[in-house]
Design a protein around this ligand. Structure first.
Ligand code: SAM
Length: 250
């Protein structure tokens, strides 16, 4: 079996050009997330892609290549690290890898300083897939989630990077608190890490959208499904991992 998103343009980028754009998301996670965007298109779920923490655009480009005509991709970043040339490198990669400049929006700002109205005005419609990968403090993650959920398509996905990461142990507690304050939302799937840099992602969606995605992820990536699942207390989320295995006990 080949490990693909199902969108040829995205799969070509991930196979051939992913490493030419500096970044931190794994190929494993990008492929699975692109599969989700492909599935949304097949289900008729229309909307934009938005990302907090775009850096040079490694993950952004994979998702943007999967969008349908008329949909746009918004990148929010302070674009000042490691230097002020970052935003030019980002736009350069997007152009080099075939993205239409008119479909790309970059906002140079700390996400916590933006309002929903600013995001809505830049896109003009709901976001079907948010990737949150900016400042990894509990306060910023809470602000980023509160911002993102306001523009989220009712059947859309919030995807959080660096979850369950040894360097950011407080973030999963932040997510738990946020889910408690947003009872319509629940954990959909954990996409496990490739390594300490290419770390795990958590996908969240409305409870009434889980059935659109959960079993499909298992069916699409059976050789990466960890069957014990992710225990969130009152329900289980899907776990996809590069090398699923269970402990040998005899
Ligand atoms: C780990 S990198 C993102 C990697 C990228 N998403 C990828 O997959 O390749 C984190 C980025 O978040 C940006 N960042 C940090 N704090 C931020 C904030 N408050 N708002 C927006 N972006 C922020 C940094 O400038 C940096 O480019």
């Amino acid at each position: 079996m080949t490990f693909r998103s199902g969108n040829p343009a995205v799969d070509r980028y991930i196979a051939e050009d992913y490493e030419s754009v500096r970044g931190m998301s794994s190929r494993f996670a990008a492929t699975i997330c692109a599969h989700v965007i492909h599935r949304q298109s097949k289900l008729g779920i229309q909307g934009h892609f938005a990302e907090i923490g775009t850096f040079e655009g490694r993950f952004f480009i994979a998702m943007a290549l999967g969008l349908s005509p008329g949909e746009r991709a918004l990148g929010i970043d302070t674009f000042d690290w490691p230097d002020e040339g970052l935003i030019d490198r980002f736009h350069g990669h997007c152009a080099r890898l075939g993205l239409d400049r008119r479909s790309i929006i970059a906002i140079k700002a700390a996400a916590r300083d933006l309002t929903h109205d600013q995001v809505a005005a830049s896109l003009g419609g709901p976001v079907r897939f948010w990737h949150i990968d900016g400042d990894h403090t509990p306060a910023s993650l809470t602000a980023d989630l509160d911002l993102a959920v306001q523009s989220l398509h009712p059947r859309g996905i919030l995807c959080l990077d660096d979850m369950l990461h040894p360097g950011y142990p407080l973030l999963i507690a932040t997510v738990r608190d946020w889910l408690a304050r947003n009872p319509a939302m629940r954990a959909l799937a954990v996409i496990d890490r490739e390594d300490i840099v290419a770390a795990a992602k958590l996908m969240i969606c409305r409870e009434d959208a889980v059935d659109l995605y959960g079993q499909d992820l298992v069916d699409a990536f059976p050789t990466h499904h960890w069957p014990l699942g992710s225990d969130w207390g009152s329900y289980y989320a899907v776990v996809l991992t590069p090398n699923p295995r269970l402990a040998v006990v005899e």
